[in-house]
Design a protein around this ligand. Structure first.
Ligand code: PLP
Length: 388
């Protein structure tokens, strides 16, 4: 007898989490590791958010909430989506979940039947294909080109479609690429999805981290028709440095929102109650903190871009959003996992191998770390590249 269900046995553990824990373990042993693996801001959660959660605990907010989350929080989310993104959602179309990761899974579980195909542009966030497999659906990977800024073109999208296509996953700003789709690009993709009734899962978790003149556009804001086919996902982890709070949300057409609520009512009940009070403070409090963190990220991004551009044997596309560099290591000719292992053992620099994102010839650096670490890390990385 197989102990593990077939479709689960095929799923691999998250490589991004495993590299980070290897680096942390080495650091604990006293090794001077420079960690570029982190998928989380290195800032602390702003004080007023933490205080709101502490107050909620002290006030006895320690019981279950509605499974979709506190109405007051869903109202604050609806107001945010309207104000920041031009999206019209009632609180009853919103579900608060245990992290945006959980939101993505709920959305896929609520909509995809076994055998349905889900189009995922690569390089992709490592969890999408595995989540799709977890519900018995089939990931269809579209290889995007570095020359197109790692973005899926309408032609590539159309080519990947089949009568079994149920969903397309978009992630702009993207992890690991940092790519940001323009309004025109989203319009073309939305038109194709509308033509074939394909659900759009739009993961907008890095929305607040867009640099320069570039703008984040929520695909569901393009028209009522697009909105009716889109599940918008966002959360608190990246914008408010709240990764450990485990809070994300879905905003979806009513029928999908109700299905997500039903799933959640049987799976987790609700996201942690006092954490939800922190989230209300995050959305209704001073937003300057979000801008401050973005500016700090941008300083690091520009610094690191300059350093990377001057390193031999690699290539890099300027990332316009999120906090990652996807570096093309193809000229060096070592597989990404071996490259990451060697870089860690020889130079004590931790990065995530591109294989985790369906992009074999790449490695991902996160710049959610200090300028000093970035500088020292680039020295070590340069030395490594010069030797190979
Ligand atoms: C693209 C993307 N979506 C979702 C998430 C999950 O965020 P959360 O911490 O809210 O679960 C991440 C986290 O790394 C991510 O990179």
């Amino acid at each position: 007898m197989d102990l593990i269900a077939k479709h689960i046995a095929e799923i691999s553990p998250s490589l991004t989490l495993s590299i980070t824990s290897q680096a942390k373990a080495l650091k604990k042993q006293g090794v001077d590791v420079l960690n570029f693996g982190a998928g989380e801001p290195d800032f602390n959660t702003p004080q007023h958010i933490t205080e709101a959660a502490i107050k909620a605990l002290q006030d006895g907010q320690t019981r279950y909430t509605e499974s979709a989350g506190l109405l007051e929080l869903r109202e604050a989310i609806a107001a945010k989506l309207q104000k920041d993104n031009g999206l019209q959602y009632t609180p009853f179309q919103i579900s608060v979940n245990c992290g945006a990761k959980h939101s993505c899974y709920n959305a896929i579980l609520a909509t995809c039947n076994p055998g349905d195909e889900v189009i995922i542009p690569a390089p992709y966030w490592t969890s999408y294909p595995e989540m799709v497999r977890m519900v018995g659906a089939v990931p269809v990977i579209v290889e995007t080109k570095e020359a197109n800024g790692w973005k899926m073109t309408p032609e590539e999208f159309e080519e990947a479609m089949s009568p079994m296509t149920k969903m397309v996953i978009l992630n702009s700003p993207g992890n690991p690429t940092g790519s940001v789709y323009t309004r025109e690009e989203l319009e073309k993709i939305a038109d194709i999805a509308l033509g074939e009734d394909i659900i759009i899962l739009s993961d907008e978790i890095y929305e607040k981290l867009v640099y320069g003149e570039n703008k984040h556009v929520s695909i569901a804001s393009l028209s009522k028709e697009v909105n009716d086919l889109t599940i918008t996902i966002n959360g608190f982890s990246k914008a408010f440095a709240m990764t450990g709070w485990r809070l994300g949300y879905t905003a979806a057409p009513k029928a999908i929102a109700e299905a997500i609520d039903t799933i959640q009512s049987h799976m987790t009940s609700n996201a942690t109650t006092f954490a939800q009070y922190g989230a209300i403070a995050a959305l209704t409090g001073d937003q300057q903190i979000v801008t401050d963190m973005r500016e700090e990220f941008n300083v690091r991004r520009e610094f690191m871009l300059d350093r990377l551009k001057s390193i031999k044997n690699i290539k890099v596309v300027e990332p316009l959003g999120a906090f990652y560099f996807l570096v093309n290591i193809e000229p060096i000719g070592i597989k990404s996992i071996n490259f990451a292992e060697k870089l860690l053992s020889k130079q004590k620099v931790a990065v995530v191998p591109g294989i985790a994102f369906g992009a074999e010839n790449t490695i991902r650096f996160s710049y959610a770390t200090s300028l000093d670490i970035i500088n020292a890390g680039m020295d070590r990385f340069e030395e490594f590249c010069n030797q190979h």
